[in-house]
Ligand binder design. Structure first.
Ligand code: MN
Ligand code: MN
Length: 373
């Protein structure tokens, strides 16, 4: 059995939990390697304190699942069956006591919990494994880092595709459509979140929505995007200057964000508290008098989700550890005027922070890139 399942089994033994049910498809992929989107149907992994695990799938997935998880027994249900009754019969046939349960409270809906309670009326659903899983997911394994690097490579590629497509008069939404179309052709089936392309003053909204605004010369173009690659997310932001000579305020804001970004990338190290790294970037922007325009945390963890732990913000005393993956994304947003954010995601080890993305970050990156440098 793999190390993650062993850790969970130890927690079950420690807390005297008879059975744990995981129904979040991401958790199941994380623990078994089996990737599936069951839509409204039930997918569940059952771990037992005193018996081998079981994977429960819709009947139409059973063969794929069994192929993917050769060491775990798979059982399934038809659309015409009550899945919870099928689970009850299977668990009873295991002939091990199942009184105390652990579930994922962040993912088991109320309706499903009630169905489970009806099928197992004498059970106690007293333990929640959501937090334990979040903690397990904090530090990535080698094979996860490889997938995240690959997701990062496609994110870099997406910025290049978008940059090459820029011209005066084009709309934000046209650029978004072009990027996503080209990525689909390269085999990417989904983005990790809605692709953001914002022109000029629109970039001053950190969570802006691309629309019909057209691109003008001497504007910033903010790209914030990422892809899903075999279940793992990437996330990058570049703010490219589209034009010849940036204005004073454009230069000042850009250089400041870049300095904050670079300092945080360089100073990130194992053992540092999450809030300390936020402070590294924030103090640079604060000291230049723009502190109130940097109105979000420095970064967030990522992995199977584009937002997970750790959160890099004031008040988070968590020590950063080897193989934690997170974003470094300072920004300055002056309403209706200028918005700049520069974001890279990467992982930490004893040598420091290693980005998954490499698109250049200097102020004239766009010009150099278009000139083939
Ligand atoms: Mn991000
Ligand atoms: Mn982002």
């Amino acid at each position: 059995m793999n190390a993650k399942i062993i850790t969970l089994s130890q927690a079950m033994n420690y807390d005297n939990i008879d059975i744990a049910l995981f129904n979040n498809p991401q958790t199941i992929q994380y623990l078994t390697g089996y990737e599936s989107d069951p839509h409204e149907r039930i997918l569940a992994l059952l771990l037992f304190k005193d018996s081998s695990p079981l994977l429960f799938t819709p009947a139409l997935e059973k063969e794929d699942a069994q192929k993917a998880v050769s060491e775990i027994e798979v059982f399934s249900y038809l659309d015409t069956e009550n899945p919870w009754e099928v689970i009850r019969k299977k668990v009873e046939s295991h002939q091990v006591p199942v009184k105390t349960w652990a579930i994922e409270k962040n993912h088991l809906t109320v309706a499903r919990k009630e169905a489970l309670e009806s099928a197992f009326p004498d059970s106690l659903f007293s333990h929640d494994f959501s937090g334990l899983l979040e903690n397990l997911r904090l530090q990535k394994e080698e094979h996860e880092l490889l997938l995240m690097k690959e997701a990062g490579r496609f994110a870099d590629e997406a910025i290049k595709i978008g940059a090459r497509f820029l011209k005066e008069g084009i709309t934000e939404q046209e650029v978004v459509a072009h990027i996503e179309y080209e990525l689909k052709k390269k085999g990417i089936s989904s983005m990790s979140f809605d692709t953001m392309v914002l022109f000029g003053p629109n970039a001053a909204s950190p969570h802006g929505i691309p629309g019909s605004t057209t691109l003008e010369k001497n504007q910033f173009v903010l790209f914030d995007l990422g892809v899903m690659y075999q279940g793992y997310a990437s996330d990058i932001t570049r703010t490219l200057f589209f034009g010849d000579e940036p204005s004073e305020i454009q230069q000042e804001v850009y250089q400041l964000v870049l300095e904050a970004h670079n300092q945080a990338m360089q100073q990130a190290q194992v053992g540092m508290r999450a809030e300390e790294l936020d402070h590294v970037a924030r103090s640079i922007i604060d000291q230049a008098g723009y502190g109130t325009y940097f109105n979000h945390r420095l970064g967030h963890g990522l992995g199977q989700d584009v937002h997970e732990y750790p959160s890099l913000m004031a008040g988070n005393e968590m020590a950063l550890q080897e193989n934690m993956c997170f974003s470094i994304e300072p920004g300055i947003y002056i309403l209706n005027q200028v918005g700049v954010r520069i974001e890279d995601c990467g992982y930490l080890d004893e040598a420091g922070f290693h980005s998954f993305t490499f698109f250049p970050t200097h102020l004239h990156a766009y010009k150099d890139f278009m000139n083939g440098n």
